[in-house]
Ligand binder design. Sequence first.
Ligand code: NAD
Ligand code: ZN
Length: 390
Amino acid sequence: MHAVSWMGSHNMQVKEVPRPMVTDPADVLLRVTNTAICGSDLHLYVHGMPSMKSGDVLGHEFMGVVEEVGDAVTKVKRGDRVLVAFDIACGHCFFCNHGYQSSCDSTNPSKISEAMYGQAMGGVFGYSHLAGGYQGGQADYVRVPFGDVNCLKVPDGLADHDALFLTDILPTAWHANEMGEVHEGDVVAIWGAGPVGILAAHCAQHRGARRVIMIDSVQDRLDFVKRKLPGVETLNFKEKETVSALREMTANEPGRGPDVVIEAAGFHYSKSWLHAIEMKLQLETDTADMLNEMITAVRKGGRISIVGVYIGFVNHLNIGAFMEKQLTMRGGQTPVQRYWPTLLHKVQAGELVPSMVITHVLPLEQAPKGYKIFNEKSDGCIKVVLQPGA
Ligand code: NAD
Ligand code: ZN
């Protein structure tokens, strides 16, 4: 079969690889029909990750048709159209039972993340051996462990592209709002106008935020937001420094700052990040500035929500301001399965339209082009969907 294989930094190739098989009674084998490239894949594309191996199959946002099921699978059957959560959950450990499926204790045999974080992160498809070394879904076929837990049957009548982002970025955008406790009347500022930030703005508006301000330096993306989400305000940080601009924009608000700030941009690694992690050193990066911007800009008593992905240490945080301003900071990979009942309903009802971010639909064979334009933010690219066999 064909699969997008990681062959090193800036080098994704579509290669012939062995087709996966059902190897456990709880497995589902899926024939992939649609799979997207995520900002999280860009971390691998640009920098690699601890324990990325040449030939690893990428992709954690995918849906398709069930080809085969193991003997223990009861909720889906051959021929069903399903979408799959990017976070691989066992469904029965302490964390899964408490709605923290992305922190599942049973799906990441790798000891690397345990050594880095004190407790292992959960397994993720196509996301390096740090996250369990699972083969991803940017491929003709993919093996889905714990199929009953990680597959969601797509209701008839819901189009593929409306359903696809229930795999990751819609639940992530929702999680950003949940962690930030976005309520009716709130002023919300969002760093990063990529697919995650845009859907976070969409969810914030849906939840009744009074003002949503999106921050990025890519004017094309900010213009896209204005077209798709009327009412959202934009701030280009190349033109105006973020904190002072936010201060001005919220000068007449009761709290004189946003109630909630959301980080949907992610970590920009320093060149020595891997070395630093191995040595348990603290990194100096421009990303620490982004977090400090959030701490400085948010109003006293405000909420900071981080869904942009970070790895390891980022130092020089203004913990003094964090403490004196009585702030709350939360972060996390989204527990996709926790939000499925709520979000499937909202997508079916047309209250949330996550497919709005799709700008490119390409055959899987054109994955290298897809990665390039998504990374460069060229050709008006916001979100790329790849179609195996197209
Ligand atoms: P993306 O790369 O398309 O978008 C990131 C955007 O942030 C870009 O438009 C970039 O220009 C902007 N940006 C960079 N530096 C900035 C700064 N200093 N201030 C404001 N904006 C800045 O990626 P995406 O697909 O939208 O994903 C965003 C982040 O969310 C990534 O880090 C990704 O790994 C993460 N993510 C997390 C989860 C989760 O469960 N927590 C799930 C999916 C994606
Ligand atoms: Zn993703």
